[in-house]
Design a protein around this ligand. Structure first.
Ligand SMILES: [Cu+2]
Length: 209
């Protein structure tokens, strides 16, 4: 009996991971499909009401970024009002689809370029170290994740509220992101490579008031 239910959990886990990979591929595909349509920009200047262009431009807030600064070189900027914005002035949303224009920028970076205030996580063969960290709700958080064992890993949260914070890591690679911490709660993260989370590549971000 026990073995059977273990098997069911393993199968459910694999199905979840495969679904996630398909979803990520779909987002990537959509992004690539959107890029060549730069040629359509002239006709998109006057979007039809209700068209995707019209709804996306009204749903993303754009602010002045002249006083905004990057905590991580190349990543999203932080304004004086403590908003995390992209270089196009769009206010980022952690619940955006990964790699879309409202998603916080994720950059590949050399660890020695990271400033002190960045929270650093390292993924090893069977752990993510540290396995937990604490941040304040609505604060601007900079997070860097390193593949510390020279193997391919990924990093993602099991919660759509922070679904935009998702990255794939080559062996030895470090990626970093600046984002606005969500409402208080526990947000579990893990490596999305099949079999890795169950070996211990998982942890939790605790958001406090
Ligand atoms: Cu992994």
């Amino acid at each position: 009996m026990e073995n059977k239910s273990k098997k069911v959990f393993v199968i459910l886990g694999i199905v979840a991971v495969v679904a996630l990979i398909i979803a990520m591929a779909a987002y990537q595909g959509r992004k690539q499909a959107a890029t060549p349509s730069m040629a359509n920009l002239s006709s998109a200047n006057t979007p039809m009401p209700g068209s995707p262009e019209a709804s996306s431009s009204t749903s993303s807030e754009i602010v002045d970024i002249s006083d905004a600064k990057a905590q991580i070189p190349g990543a999203s900027l932080i304004t004086k009002d403590n908003q995390v914005v992209n270089s196009n002035g769009v206010v980022t949303k952690t619940d955006a689809m990964p790699f879309t224009r409202t998603a916080p920028e994720i950059v590949s970076i050399a660890p020695d370029q990271l400033p002190e205030e960045v929270i650093r996580l390292e993924i090893f063969d069977n752990s993510i170290t540290p396995s937990s960290f604490k941040v304040r709700a609505s604060s601007s958080v900079s997070l860097a994740v390193t593949s510390a064992d020279n193997k391919v890993h990924s990093f993602l949260f099991n919660n759509a509220i922070v679904g935009a914070i998702a990255m794939g890591l080559d062996g030895g690679q470090t990626k970093a992101v600046t984002f606005t911490a969500p409402k208080p709660g526990k947000y579990y993260f893990q490596c999305g490579i099949p079999g890795h989370a169950s070996k211990g590549e998982a942890g939790v971000m605790e958001v406090v008031k």
